[in-house]
Design a protein around this ligand. Structure first.
Ligand code: 5GP
Length: 175
């Protein structure tokens, strides 16, 4: 598909996203058995996925945001992660569900999980829309995973290329 001057291959179309996100929401709803949940949305890439996922979860739910930046170029992360925006309320004693767009090397999530542990939450689970296992550097357990993707740079549904393409309604890869 042509987008501006770029050719983007559709990897996961809007219908498949919708269906899988609904299934993930049902699974999360079942697992927490009515307990209140704090969704921790990792900005910026997760905001579209999170907006759909929380509406597929039938539980009392609060939403917090955390901004993380991992240093490095588009294709590599250094493992140095900075918190650019922190949560508004403490996570102490909360059941926290991290909502992440993609687990690539695993460095960002492993940093976040360590950081969260110091805040004494009741529990921490991870929902990631995408997993790119071919790039794993640190193993992180993903409790709810949407799709496994090949080793290509993916965009759309919240994921960007240099800040753009977050608004395309499917997951694609730039050719
Ligand atoms: P990590 O390598 O630490 O697991 O991934 C860190 C972050 O890099 C992700 O949360 C995501 O924001 C970004 N990232 C990793 N792979 C991709 C990709 O294929 N496309 C886009 N747009 N971002 C990615």
């Amino acid at each position: 598909m042509k987008h501006g001057d770029r050719e983007i291959d559709v990897l996961i179309d809007a219908d498949a996203l919708k269906q899988r996100v609904a299934e993930m929401g049902e699974e999360i709803t079942r697992d927490y058995q009515g307990a209140p949940l704090t969704a921790l949305v990792v900005l910026k890439g997760s905001f579209v996925f999170a907006a759909d996922l929380i509406r597929a979860i039938d539980l009392p739910i609060k939403v917090e945001f955390i901004g993380l930046r991992s240093y490095g170029s588009r294709k590599t992360t250094s493992g140095v992660v900075e918190i650019t925006l922190d949560t508004k309320y403490p996570l102490t004693d909360k059941d926290v569900l991290i909502i992440e767009d993609i687990v690539d090397t695993g460095l960002t999530i492993s940093y976040l999980k360590k950081n969260l542990a110091t805040r004494m939450p009741a529990s921490v689970k991870l929902a990631a829309l995408l997993h790119k296992p071919s790039r794993t550097m640190v193993d992180v357990h993903i409790d709810y995973v949407g799709f496994t993707v090949p080793n290509r740079y993916v965009v759309g549904y919240g994921l960007d290329d240099a800040g753009y393409l977050r608004n395309i309604p499917f997951i694609g890869a730039i050719r």
